[in-house]
Design a protein around this ligand. Structure first.
Ligand SMILES: NC(=O)c1ccc[n+]([C@@H]2O[C@H](COP(=O)([O-])OP(=O)(O)OC[C@H]3O[C@@H](n4cnc5c(N)ncnc54)[C@H](O)[C@@H]3O)[C@@H](O)[C@H]2O)c1
Length: 345
């Protein structure tokens, strides 16, 4: 499929994340948002008010069959991702799908294998850390051999504690801490590892000190997971928390035979320290958007350039499928309190 110099984007889903992506794309050169699909009328009204000349759809099947766009951004609830990404490929659209690529391991691999049938299409799952500057620079150093052979990766996402009914409702259908939250850590570790290794086993445990109600959803508010690979030479450790008092703190450490790289060791909002009679302290970001919202724009620009100019991008759909397999196995281990096999389909 050929595209004009300007990438015509259709957006399926126009909620919390969809509107962030649309606002980013409206600021970008060589991208035009030409169609939006949502099942919520107020969101379509927002799209009409916000985007010049946009066409709106309430039905995904009608939307994806439209010839008004060449690439689609899928930013709908996770349960729709598998079928919508596959339908988009069959309609000859390039695809950027929000994480996770699918809600369960089998569906994630369905998407990956289907994508192999469309080598002329660019299909990816967005993980913004692949475009966060310190992560990109760390990956370069690791590829360059600066820390030797990677033996251990540990990564965390700790989110600011949020007191609201909305948050509890969100957790209920989120898929669990390792699939919803730590999937970013799992993908970041796979990105930094940079090798196509097959995950083998997963063990996890967690607590509900802050949110006992999460037990009803078979979830935890603090969770720790350990993953091994078939080659037996790398350990992955992920930690997620919904209960961070001081803000959002994403941190990743990679240990190699010759050294170590620590990414975002402190939750620093900006390069500014405040000193007074209590000592010296820094300000922490409240959410990942404050910490590295710019990466959401960079990943979309990378998607554009991948399609328009065939420029190499950091996306990896196989890693996206592996990340779901690992996240699902960690949830399985949490539920059964045993070592789980990571299912690769
Ligand atoms: N990368 C990140 O850090 C990050 C952060 C937040 C959310 N997300 C992902 O973004 C996606 C959307 O999350 P959200 O918080 O914006 O959800 P949301 O509930 O705010 O929005 C969902 C949108 O999907 C639309 N929708 C629902 N069913 C549909 C259907 N069948 N066909 C077409 N549209 C349909 C709704 O109308 C709505 O516009 C999820 O996959 C989530 O995991 C990613």
């Amino acid at each position: 499929m050929s595209v004009d110099k300007v990438l015509r984007m259709g957006v399926a889903g126009c909620g919390r994340m969809g509107q962030i992506h649309i606002n980013n794309m409206l600021e970008m050169r060589f991208v035009s948002v030409t169609a939006v699909c949502s099942v919520i009328k107020a969101e379509l009204d927002w799209a009409i008010k916000t985007i010049d000349g946009v066409v709106t759809f309430e039905n995904f099947d009608d939307f994806i069959a439209s010839d008004r766009f060449d690439a689609v951004l899928i930013v709908t609830p996770n349960i729709f991702h598998r079928d919508q990404v596959i339908a988009a490929m069959h309609h000859r659209k390039h695809v950027f799908c929000e994480k996770p690529i699918a809600p369960d391991a089998k569906s994630a691999w369905d998407v990956y294998y289907e994508s192999l049938k469309f080598p002329d299409l660019k299909v990816c799952c967005g993980f913004p850390r692949r475009y966060v500057t310190p992560y990109v620079e760390a990956a370069k150093k690791i590829r360059n051999g600066d820390i030797g052979k990677v033996t251990t990766l540990r990564s965390q996402t700790t989110d600011l504690r949020m007191e609201s009914d909305y948050f509890v409702d969100y957790i209920k259908t989120s898929g669990g801490i390792f699939v919803d939250c730590c999937i970013h850590d799992i993908d970041a570790c796979l990105y930094l590892l940079g090798e196509d290794k097959t995950p083998a086993t997963a063990f996890s445990t967690g607590t509900t000190n802050a949110w006992p109600v999460f037990q009803q959803f078979r979830d935890v508010d603090d969770g720790m997971g350990l993953v091994t690979f078939e080659t037996g030479d790398v350990i992955m450790n992920v930690y997620g928390s919904r209960n961070n008092p001081h803000g959002h703190h994403t941190m990743t450490e990679v240990i190699g035979t010759k050294g170590r790289i620590l990414i975002n060791g402190q939750p620093r909002l900006i390069a500014l320290d405040i000193s007074d009679e209590k000592g010296t302290r820094m300000e922490a970001p409240d959410t990942q958007m404050t910490a590295f919202g710019y990466a959401f724009k960079l990943e979309m620009e990378a998607f554009r350039d991948w399609i328009l100019y065939d420029k190499e991008a950091n996306f990896n759909l196989k890693d996206a499928a592996k990340a779901v397999s690992i996240g699902a196995a960690l949830m399985d281990s949490l539920d059964k309190l045993n070592l789980a096999k990571v299912n690769i389909y």
